[in-house]
Design a protein around this ligand. Structure first.
Ligand code: FMN
Length: 213
């Protein structure tokens, strides 16, 4: 019997590059039978900043219909894929702010044994893809999540060159993810879903630890 898994793809994107990867994750997860929620995190930047950048305001308009991430999305998910652009070598604050609202779920032990994985986009090739993904993944350690990276599990990873998570160099917003980056996202998502499927029967059987006294 095939095991149904719930996948939350939770992302932030200013100018659409991470959004393209997030959409590829949704397609890949659905292709292997997962139930998927695509969720953007809340924008924190002031309206004037967004309006001053055509790419940013266009992207905000195009993604207006996408629901904002809530704690229920994390609670519901067996597996979570987090995506954020790099900001000075770190994930965008908008994603971090959402992560910082998860205390109640963490305290109730509800994030333990989730399957997690992260992806990013930078402006430049050595602009901090790995540091961004590793920074997001630090949270997954705290949750007691099972981190599933793409590694070099398929040949496309030798083209994209980043075993930590799907990554794209946008040349500062000039180039959207192409075939190789989307294939890497596809691989990463399939691996996440496969591991989540394998783990789900056990996860359902284990008691949820309550971390608060
Ligand atoms: C404030 C700020 C800081 C950034 N810092 C970096 C950086 O450290 N390294 C890098 O390569 N690109 C950096 N970028 C570029 C973005 O990460 C890049 O354009 C990314 O592809 C945007 O993704 P998005 O289209 O999903 O928003 C920065 C952009 C901004 C606005």
């Amino acid at each position: 019997m095939d095991t149904q898994v719930n996948v939350a793809v939770i992302y932030y994107s200013s100018t659409g590059n991470v959004f393209e990867l997030a959409k590829a994750a949704v397609t890949a997860a659905e292709k292997v039978g997962a139930e998927v929620r695509l969720r953007k995190v809340r924008e924190l930047a002031p309206a004037e900043a967004i309006a001053s950048n055509q790419g940013w305001s266009d992207h905000a308009a195009v993604t207006q219909h996408i629901a904002e991430a809530t704690l229920d999305d994390l609670d519901w998910a067996d597996a979570i894929l987090f995506g954020a652009p790099t900001r000075y070598g770190l994930p965008a604050a908008q994603l971090k702010q959402f992560i910082d609202t998860t205390g109640p779920l963490w305290a109730a032990g509800k994030l333990v044994n989730k399957v997690g994985s992260s992806f990013t986009s930078t402006g430049t090739a050595h602009g901090g893809q790995e540091s961004t993904i590793l920074a997001i993944n630090n949270t997954l350690y705290h949750w007691g999540a099972i981190i599933v990276p793409p590694g070099y599990a398929e040949p496309v990873q030798f083209q994209v060159g980043n075993p930590y998570g799907a990554s794209h160099v946008s040349q500062n917003g000039e180039v959207l993810p192409g075939e190789v980056e989307l294939a890497s996202m596809d691989l990463q998502t399939r691996r996440v879903v496969e591991v989540a499927k394998a783990m789900r029967p056990g996860r359902m059987a284990w008691p949820q630890p309550a971390l608060t006294a």
